[in-house]
Write a protein that binds this ligand. Structure first.
Ligand SMILES: [Ca+2]
Ligand SMILES: [Ca+2]
Ligand SMILES: [Ca+2]
Length: 325
């Protein structure tokens, strides 16, 4: 056995060598290997940067390529959208109601956590920003397969500014980084707690240095399902916004009938006895206009958000999300 010659190099010998002739192994995929002699990381499909050889074997060492992509995107939520400014209102921030830890990976949302661990947080100091870059809320972002847009390959939680910029939790201004996702073409899906999600119409190229802005507030087409008749986004003040009113997160905005969002608002308020009441200072899915209050009747109530989106004259209409799953 000639194992000792390899362990002296601080690298792993995959095969025990029974002869003195040189050995060579080609990996079919990148990864990490460990053993009693040490460990090494390896990649494939890249130029060899150095060779390590010894009487017992040979290793061709490639460049360890960083695997990440970044996303620059813009999106507006219709719930807090303010026609007067063209920005979203930031009542959740100004009332100190946005949780410092992302809400999506836990109840009641429990959204998929892929490629990176969840639980992103942001610094309390970011709440002092009160300009167009002030924080509105957390978003949930999915990177999906170019060959099958139903296949989610990575998820990440990020922050939304008043002017629609989708930014990293790390500093509240930078593009969103996805670790362990190689550069390539992907569908990009953006979702929010009580709004219908939106996705690019086609795959887009994302890389570590990608600087193309995906502006969902102006791009003329987004992903559509042939089974859904409503438009995938709402139009307000010449901008596209996401439909608000999905308080129960079942991918549609519904005023009447089974699993409607209107009843959820009333239940959240405490039931029919509280129909004219107000639940204040909350961070809840039933708060459809995101003003920090749950109201069923009277000024700025959340029920009206649902009714206006399905149509005051067509309360049985259902507005559905086009993005699959
Ligand atoms: Ca901004
Ligand atoms: Ca719903
Ligand atoms: Ca509200």
């Amino acid at each position: 056995m000639k194992l000792a010659t390899c362990t002296l190099l601080g690298v792993l010998c995959i095969y025990p060598f029974t002869t003195i002739s040189a050995q060579q192994a080609s990996a079919s995929a990148g990864g990490n290997a460990t053993g009693s002699g040490g460990s090494f990381s390896y990649t494939i499909g890249e130029p060899v940067s150095s060779n390590i050889s010894d009487i017992g074997g040979i290793i061709h060492e490639g460049v360890q390529q960083s695997v990440n992509i970044q996303l620059l995107a813009k999106v507006l939520l219709s719930g807090p959208f303010d026609l007067a400014t063209g920005w979203m209102k930031d009542s959740l921030r100004s009332n100190n109601l946005i949780p410092l830890t992302e809400p999506y990976s836990s109840l009641p949302y429990s959204k998929a956590v892929l490629t990176e661990s969840a639980g992103e947080t942001f610094s309390n100091a970011l709440l002092n920003e009160s300009t167009q870059n002030a924080l509105v809320d957390w978003l949930f972002i999915e990177i999906r397969s170019a060959s099958n847009p139903s296949n989610i390959v990575a998820t990440k939680r990020a922050l939304l500014q008043r002017d629609g910029d989708v930014v990293s939790h790390a500093d509240g201004v930078s593009p969103v980084q996805f670790d362990r996702v190689p550069a390539g073409n992907y569908y990009v899906s953006i979702k929010h707690r009580n709004h219908l999600g939106v996705m690019t119409a086609t795959p887009v190229f994302l890389s570590p240095t990608n600087s193309t802005l995906l502006d969902f507030t102006t791009m003329p087409t987004v992903y559509t399902s042939i089974n859904i008749v409503n438009t995938p986004r709402k139009v307000e003040g010449g901008k596209y916004t996401l439909w608000s009113g999905d308080g129960n997160s079942n991918k549609n905005v519904k005023y009447n009938g089974i699993s409607n969002d209107k009843d959820l608002v009333l239940t959240g308020l405490g039931g029919p006895n509280f129909v004219n009441g107000t639940l204040k200072m909350v961070y809840r899915a039933e708060d459809l206009n995101m003003d920090g209050k749950i109201r069923y009747n009277n000024t700025d109530n959340d029920r009206a958000i649902i009714l206006n989106n399905v149509g005051v004259l067509s309360p049985n209409t259902v507005v559905s999300q086009h993005t699959p799953n």
